[in-house]
Design a protein around this ligand. Structure first.
Ligand SMILES: [Zn+2]
Length: 262
């Protein structure tokens, strides 16, 4: 996964690299206070995101306490899969944190949190295999991954500048077009979350295939891995829903303002 909170697989804080949640600097706060759109769109989306995060933590807590059948650590499993793909040159590092695991395409490294790196649980091999899935995507120039990397700077720029344009556009006279440009730039956040989905789902699919193909996991282990990775994938779906809700709210606010001015 890519950056922090979300999870599990990708360190969300690693922005620019594959950051977990996302790679962009964050959603700017829209200074419009609480409005109906916020209550009807954004709050429900945030509740969905909280539920998704709680489910990941719960799956992780459960399966990080159950040993995998071969007693392999996450680092060992990752090494086996990498080597099996001829990626003997990709190092596996230990990084601080919990669920801070991520692949860094800049230096081509797999970075695992201490519990995943050294742990011999079902969760450890699942998360390690997922991060290796990103390393293999990178090595194979997996197309959605390239698109995602390419739009990170656009998303960062768009999310930073959009609110300024929207507020200026709404405050000044005859400048609604500026607000609409801001809305268009803000949509890059949603597009980014959308492009993240195939990348994450594919990394987890690769992880499941690899752990079975080279005998890292038996059927029982694989069931647990699937639960952890599925829960993690849902946090990316929730992130998309949240981004879409924020986008719709802002669009509706700007449209409402343009209707009033007519
Ligand atoms: Zn991932």
């Amino acid at each position: 996964m890519y950056e922090a909170l979300t999870l599990v697989a990708d360190g969300m804080n690693n922005y620019g690299a594959y950051s977990a949640n996302n790679g962009f600097t964050g959603t700017p706060y829209l200074g419009f206070g609480i409005d109906y759109y916020y209550i009807l769109l954004v709050i429900p989306a945030m509740i969905i995101a909280l539920i998704a995060q709680a489910r990941v933590k719960s799956a992780y807590n459960k399966y990080s306490k159950i040993a995998n059948s071969r007693g392999l650590s996450g680092a060992q499993a990752a090494r086996m899969i990498l080597d099996d793909h001829g990626l003997t040159n990709v190092p596996i590092n230990m990084v601080q944190g919990t669920l801070s695991d991520h692949f860094n395409p800049k230096d081509n490294t797999v970075n695992l949190s201490p519990d995943v790196y050294s742990g011999t649980s079902i969760a450890s091999i699942g998360i390690a295999a997922h991060e290796v899935g990103h390393a293999i995507q990178h090595a194979e120039h997996y197309f959605p991954n390239k698109v995602r990397s390419a739009i990170i700077p656009i998303t960062n720029f768009g999310s930073q500048i959009s609110m300024i344009l929207i507020i200026l556009g709404l405050v000044l006279s005859q400048t609604l077009w500026l607000a609409y440009i801001g809305v268009a730039l803000y949509s890059t956040v949603t597009i980014f979350q959308l492009v993240t989905l195939p990348v994450e789902f594919n990394a987890s699919k690769r992880a499941m295939n690899h752990i079975k193909a080279i005998g890292i996991a038996n059927d029982e282990d694989a069931k647990g891995v699937r639960k952890v990775l599925t829960a993690a994938a849902m946090t990316y779906v929730a992130a998309l829903i949240t981004a879409l809700a924020s986008f719709l709210r802002i669009l509706l606010i700007v449209r409402g303002s343009s209707n009033r001015r007519r």
